[in-house]
Write a protein that binds this ligand. Structure first.
Ligand SMILES: [Zn+2]
Ligand SMILES: [Zn+2]
Length: 141
């Protein structure tokens, strides 16, 4: 980043100070959450179903959750970055339905961390495509 770009960013930060993506309080860097909101995110890093990533409460000899054992999904393996709960719900809904595309970079970093547990040499990350009607309403996948 050249001097002019850094200076422009500092000026922009003075005019529009960076805000927490979740609660809107002041943060050091744009596109991040504040420490309080970070603590509320429940990162899914423990034992989980080898296929769908459903979190287990404890380490188990079973590799698959009940649902995957009964009917294996069409995909091989999947992971989520955080539990969908009070700590993440507002951000996810704002991203999906509130035009908050500024969450994309933050979420992609969380997903990349979650995908590391898959130990795959290559991976495909793909959105679940929306139906044309819903895509027209939401405007992005
Ligand atoms: Zn916050
Ligand atoms: Zn499963």
């Amino acid at each position: 980043m050249n001097v002019m770009s850094r200076w422009s960013l500092r000026l922009l930060d003075q005019l529009l100070p960076p805000r927490c993506l979740s609660c809107g309080s002041g943060v050091q860097d744009a596109g991040r959450v504040c420490p309080d909101c970070w603590k509320k995110l429940d990162f899914l890093q423990g034992p989980a179903c080898d296929c769908c990533g459903y979190p287990f409460d404890f380490h188990s000899a079973a590799l698959l959750c009940g649902a995957c054992a009964i009917r294996r999904p069409e995909y091989d393996r999947a992971r989520a970055a955080v539990r969908y709960d009070d700590g993440s719900r507002r951000m996810v809904i704002s991203f999906k339905h509130g035009d908050r595309t500024d969450y994309a970079d933050f979420f992609s970093q969380l997903l990349m961390q979650a995908a590391q547990s898959l130990n795959m040499l290559s991976a495909i990350v793909t959105p679940v495509p929306l139906h044309k009607k819903r895509l027209g309403k939401r405007r992005y996948n």
